[in-house]
Design a protein around this ligand. Structure first.
Ligand code: PLP
Length: 410
């Protein structure tokens, strides 16, 4: 490298956020050239409203939903909070109005939910008395369907909501949502009520077929910045007959469940990204799968040659995992040291097992999968995206042996 040359960087953290697609950037920029609040009745407002509704229709059409089922949000976190808190408060209010003694409804959630679900539910438990029932996962990180049926009939705190993500953000493991829906429908019938099912599809969208109608769920969260729209765009798809109490109060936009001036630029960018992600699904997954195979074979070769020490790839294998994800445990190599070493070597990667006040915290997802805490501190998540190349994969394979060895000496 010549003096002053900048070393190439390799981004393997597309699950955290990914490149904005040109078509999404163009839609966003075009909207910025317009003025008009989409709730105003004058010509500028009506024009903005029309562009917003076109975007909503596109999002709905691409995802097998009705336009009325699209509630625009600022992203996945807000969509998840609205689903969990909105459904829980609605169930509580409904029970209060009919004098049902089971006033504090339960929430059934998987043990591997993103914090946007897990912490929203924990907040309801701490401040409102919600009962939480946690659905365990297998050693491969898949929700245990037998346990689900038992949880649904566990006691008299009838669930307000069952929420299970479509694919996990750390491991990429895909969850059996149609089977979850079937189990909840069967329990609903025998309990004489309809328990809504929510899925967080933030990581899955663009990497597996996501069709709201066909999945059979009542609500589904998505986030723009994971599929090539800017941060600040997202949606909760939610059936009309699912009651939600608003989390935010104000002007009554978005079916009165999500007040705030309507985000036309974000909606248009989201629509462009959703349309492209759905249209390119097959080609995109093929591209990811090819790169992932190169990465996995490279890791296996390093391990076989004794260059990497012990390494375990989590999950059930390629068919049950998003093609974007390779999630490893490198026993003895703490995540923080791995990430710092890779960063110095020009590789951006991530791990859920964060370091707090100098102490490496184990990944809750790995603990739920039965990994011992020591191993659950040693996770590395490498995630691929639309702009990933073989050079990115080769860079991490070249850097990892020395980085892992140094992390183990740490
Ligand atoms: N749910 C999952 C599974 C995620 O991976 C993320 C982000 O990483 C979120 C929710 C939160 O989405 P957002 O960043 O749009 O708030």
């Amino acid at each position: 490298m010549s003096a002053g040359a900048v070393a190439a960087r390799h981004y393997l953290d597309h699950a955290a956020t990914t490149d904005v697609r040109p078509e999404a950037a163009a839609a966003f920029a075009d909207e910025l050239a317009h003025t008009g609040n989409a709730a105003s009745s004058h010509a500028a407002g009506r024009a903005a409203r029309s562009r917003l509704e076109d975007a909503r229709e596109e999002i709905a059409a691409a995802l097998g939903a009705d336009p009325h089922e699209v509630v625009l949000t600022s992203g996945g976190t807000e969509a998840d909070n609205l689903a969990v808190k909105g459904a829980w408060f609605a169930a509580r209010d409904r029970r209060a109005s009919v004098g049902d003694p089971r006033l504090a409804p339960a929430i059934v959630l998987s043990a591997i939910e993103h914090d946007a679900i897990a912490k929203a539910a924990a907040w309801l438990a701490a401040s409102e008395g919600a009962t939480l029932r946690t659905l365990p996962v297998t050693g491969e990180g898949i929700v245990d369907l037998d346990a689900l049926s038992a949880l649904l009939g566990a006691d008299d705190a009838l669930p307000a909501l069952v929420t299970v993500m479509l694919a996990n953000n750390e491991t990429g493991v895909i969850q059996p949502i149609p089977e979850v829906v079937e189990a909840v429908r069967a329990a609903s019938e025998s309990l004489g009520t309809r328990i809504p099912v929510h899925t967080d599809a933030v990581q899955a969208l663009g990497k597996v077929d996501v069709d709201f109608g066909r999945l059979g769920v009542d609500a589904l969260s998505l986030s723009g910045h994971k599929i090539g729209a800017p941060v600040g765009s997202g949606a909760l798809l939610v059936r009309r007959d699912v009651a939600l109490v608003p989390v935010e109060h104000g002007g009554g936009q978005e079916r009165s469940v999500r007040s705030g001036t309507l985000p036309v630029a974000q909606a248009r960018a989201l629509a462009a990204a959703v349309r492209a992600a759905v249209a390119e699904l097959e080609a995109h997954v093929a591209h990811l799968a090819e790169l992932r195979a190169r990465l996995v074979h490279g890791l296996e070769r390093l391990a076989k040659n004794g260059e990497l020490g012990e390494v375990r790839i989590t999950g059930p294998g390629p068919d049950g995992t998003l093609a974007s994800h390779v999630h490893l445990v490198l026993p003895g190599a703490h995540a923080e040291a791995l990430l710092v070493g890779l960063d110095l070597a020009g590789v951006d990667a991530s791990s859920a097992s964060a370091c707090h006040a100098g102490v490496q915290q184990p990944s809750g997802v790995l603990l739920a999968m039965g990994y011992p805490p020591d191993d659950a501190r040693c996770a590395l998540r490498l995630t691929l995206g639309r702009t990933s190349t073989e050079a990115d994969v080769d860079a991490v394979l070249a850097a990892l042996p020395a980085v892992a060895a140094a992390a183990r000496r740490h």
